[in-house]
Design a protein around this ligand. Structure first.
Ligand code: CTP
Ligand code: MG
Length: 181
């Protein structure tokens, strides 16, 4: 596969993981996952991780996976690459994994004294991608290993922070997000 094919495959395969956190920003709010509870060193997660955001984000990412699967033959034919399709299990793994990675990062932020909304460079840009890859690998190892070859994985690690910075700056400029990260 040429380099464009690697990039297209990386973005395509990660789309179900890129969507959930953005949907949570738009549709989140309400009851926090941690129920407002704290540990001795501060809130468990904080008010920025809500049940509604997590459920709707996961559902949206899974729906994206199924939508991509439906249009895959046409897109693959058009671009001349054989793009991967997603089972419900794979879609759920990517989408929930993305939300989970972000939630785990929130947990780490609170443990390191960072208030809600504080930046945690590198972790902020990669938490959801690492969560998605880990989760889908546990749920569907054969699909994950066939899809995320070394070059595709490298493209994910390079492109994800760039896409994350870009979408967050845009969301901040549009007034959808309180901080540009
Ligand atoms: N959000 C949500 N549920 C999630 C993730 C995000 O409802 N599981 C919503 C919240 O309204 C949150 C916003 O999306 O404030 C932005 O998400 P993010 O930047 O990840 O959260 P922060 O508010 O910055 O909180 P933290 O410092 O804990 O990451
Ligand atoms: Mg934030």
């Amino acid at each position: 596969m040429d380099i464009l094919g690697v990039v297209v495959t990386a973005v395509w395969a990660m789309l179900p993981a890129y969507v959930p956190n953005n949907v949570a920003v738009l549709a989140g709010g309400g009851k926090p996952i941690d129920g407002g509870r704290s540990l001795p060193d501060g809130r468990i997660l904080g008010d920025g991780k809500t049940q509604r955001g997590t459920v709707l984000g996961t559902a949206a990412g899974t729906a994206v996976a199924l939508g991509l699967t439906a249009i895959e033959p046409g897109v693959s034919a058009l671009l001349g690459y054989s793009l991967p399709t997603f089972s419900v299990r794979v879609g759920l793994g990517l989408a929930f994994g993305a939300m989970f990675g972000d939630i785990a990062a929130s947990f780490l932020k609170r443990r390191t004294g960072r208030e809600r909304g504080a930046a945690f460079p590198v972790l902020d840009q990669l938490d959801f991608a690492l969560g998605a890859l880990a989760c889908v690998w546990i749920l569907a190892p054969a699909w994950t290993e066939a899809t995320f070859t070394r070059p595709v994985l490298l493209a994910v690690v390079v492109l994800t922070p760039l896409l994350h910075v870009l979408t967050n700056v845009v969301a901040y400029a549009l007034g959808l997000k309180d901080e540009p990260w």
